[in-house]
Design a protein around this ligand. Structure first.
Ligand SMILES: [Zn+2]
Length: 448
């Protein structure tokens, strides 16, 4: 080694010694996590397990309750690997929640679990679902349902109601005929609209658009009075999330032509929907009611990824007229999760990790959350999308799977970032608290 090289090496080692002796936070973050990740992960997870969760999106329900959702799965739809009936994680969930004594869901075994849940449903009262939340340390939970159920404690479960039905007041024969998915979805939307008309004592569709709009706005306001904390669009299942801004006269003429009968053409129906959608945003702003959007992949055989891409909503969320409206783009835009986190750069846009949190395994959820939390940590929320998959594997088990996955994934993402020198463990815990609880609590108003 030349003397020059010796000097260079000594300087380098000296520099290394200096950088090791000062705190990690003072150095530039490294691109690789170190060998300390498992230890940091264990320490963080212990703390993160104690954080009370605020769940931004669920369908808390018993499996035979048709109010659980405004739509249903079309027959024969394909499912991701992790949600197959044979996923052993569901057995782990049933063991953890109920002490399930078997290692599979063979019909003669699953009966044990089904009987237990049926007995809880028959017993009535609100203690059962409160108990499920308690076991998983879920403090508050939004329940996206057609109506809140008597067995759900309104102190813990806050109602998110559906508004897509207002987009389908006309003769829907052409809509239903589009494909097998629409044949399932659209009649269910018609039923919800009928239900809202009954709720508002509206016998037949009002004679003009002004009357229809008044009915729509009144229903939304009444649902808020009944405890609704947000309105929800599943529109991505029915049409593109790109909404144009048609003049009122156009919508007025379409309504006048079809409210009493006749099948509207595709262009007319879409124009009318675009208009009603704008009226709903306006009402959401007036009532300070956040708007939830399904904005991710969807079930069914005909779901359009392009139509459901959250970027379609950019013209709406960035419209200065709606700067007072809070847009909650649920399911993280999955698989467009990077597009989604940049949508939340707009100050009134939020997202959550529901659905994707059980579509992918925690190792992949960790990657997504690591990216999100490094960009806009104050705009991301936990969501379970808890849902009953069959009579045995219910919303209970999916609450478990989603919350366990999210706690471990966020701990892992933060452990890597701490090890890389992005920030210290104290800051990591604060960020986890924001994701699992604080951001949602702030968005919907802290509970008394
Ligand atoms: Zn959902």
């Amino acid at each position: 080694m030349s003397s020059m090289a010796k000097v260079a090496k000594a300087l380098l080692l000296g520099g290394l010694a200096v950088s090791l002796s000062v705190s990690k936070a003072a150095a530039q973050a490294k691109p690789l996590a170190g060998a300390d990740v498992p230890k940091i992960y264990e320490r963080l997870l212990k703390q993160i397990d104690q954080i009370p969760i605020y769940d931004n999106h669920s369908h808390a329900t018993f499996p035979d309750d048709s109010d659980m959702d405004a739509m249903a799965a079309p027959p024969g739809e394909s499912s991701v690997l992790r949600l197959s009936d044979t996923n052993p994680e569901f057995v782990a969930a049933a063991k953890s929640l109920f002490g399930y004594p078997y290692d599979d869901f063979k019909p003669e075994h699953a009966k044990w679990l089904i009987d237990k849940k049926k007995a809880a449903e028959a017993a009535g009262g609100r203690a059962y679902w409160d108990g499920i939340l308690d076991k998983l340390k879920i403090e508050t939970c939004l329940a996206n349902r057609v109506a809140l159920a008597p067995y759900l404690d309104p102190k813990r479960f806050h109602w998110v109601f559906f508004v897509d039905s207002f987009l389908f007041p006309f003769d829907n024969h052409d809509q239903i005929a589009k494909n097998g998915d629409m044949a399932v979805y659209v009649p269910l939307q018609e039923r919800v609209l009928q239900r809202y008309m009954k709720q508002e004592s509206v016998g037949t569709l009002p004679a003009d658009l002004a009357g229809y709009e008044a009915f729509v706005r009144q229903t939304v306001a009444d649902n808020q009075k009944k405890g609704g904390v947000a309105m929800k669009f599943e529109a991505a299942y029915f049409r593109t999330l790109y909404f144009r801004d048609p003049p009122r006269e156009k919508a007025e003429a379409i309504y006048a032509k079809y409210h009493a009968g006749g099948v509207p053409g595709e262009e007319d129906y879409r124009t009318f929907q675009d208009y009603v959608f704008r009226a709903l945003i306006d009402e959401a702003g007036k009532l300070n009611l956040p708007m939830h959007f399904h904005s991710a992949v969807g079930i069914g055989d005909y779901f359009s990824l392009r139509n459901g891409n959250p970027l379609n909503l950019e013209n709406v969320v960035r419209d200065p007229r709606y700067s007072n409206v809070k847009f909650v783009l649920i399911h993280g835009g999955y698989p467009y999760t990077l597009d989604m986190i940049w949508m939340t750069a707009a100050k009134n846009v939020y997202t959550d990790s529901s659905l994707m949190g059980y579509y992918v395994y925690p190792s992949e959820l960790k990657n997504i959350l690591k990216q999100w939390i490094s960009l806009f940590p104050d705009k991301i929320m936990f969501g379970s999308d808890a849902f009953p998959f069959n009579d045995a594997v219910g919303a209970e088990e999916t609450f478990w799977l989603a919350s366990r996955s999210a706690r471990t994934a966020i701990a892992a993402a933060l452990a890597e970032l701490v090890s890389e020198g992005a920030f210290n463990e104290e800051k990591a815990f604060e960020l986890a608290h924001m994701y699992l609880h604080d951001n949602a609590a702030k968005l919907y108003g802290a509970k008394p």
